[in-house]
Design a protein around this ligand. Structure first.
Ligand code: ATP
Length: 137
């Protein structure tokens, strides 16, 4: 059994889509074992996306992530990291398969509704950034 970290991004909370997205997560067999609504500070968003610091879209990415509240989550399941990436669909919603979160809900590449960790190491770091052990049940 594996854990992954998820963020329902500001475009999702703004449009009241967190329940609809959670329904797709649960339909895929992933269990939401921790969840809270928070607002990223600029510093937290910059740290979270530090790997993209040199990219031309970094400023826009950080601005978008702090434009409203987000829902941070820990998801549990068999092969959870890959399974959730599959449920998310391609980063660019125009390229995402039907039935995926990004195809159904995303607005654009910058406002693509949700994030999922890409590897066990990043999942562990991202989960630890937002949840203490006793919040994950
Ligand atoms: P995430 O890390 O959010 O799960 P991802 O792993 O699918 O997304 P990354 O390549 O890590 O994709 O990009 C991180 C985020 O940066 C994307 O989700 C997207 O919102 C944003 N992004 C990526 N490329 C661009 C771009 N060319 N222009 C604007 N925003 C972009």
């Amino acid at each position: 059994i594996e854990h992954t970290f998820s963020i329902l991004k500001p475009d999702a909370t703004r449009r009241n889509l967190t329940g609809a997205i959670n329904a797709l997560i649960e339909k895929a067999g992933l269990r939401i074992i921790a969840q809270k609504r928070v607002r990223f500070t600029r510093e937290q968003a910059e740290t979270f996306y530090a790997v993209h610091k040199a990219r031309p879209f970094f400023g826009e990415l950080v601005d978008t992530m702090i434009s409203g509240p987000v829902v941070v989550q820990v998801l549990e399941g068999e092969d959870a990291i890959k399974k959730y990436r599959d449920v998310l669909g391609a980063t660019d919603p125009a390229k995402a398969d039907p039935g995926t979160i990004r195809k159904e809900f995303a607005v654009s590449l910058g406002e693509n509704s949700a994030h999922g960790s890409d590897a066990p190491e990043t999942a562990a770091v991202e989960i630890a950034q937002w949840f203490s052990g006793n919040e994950i049940v």
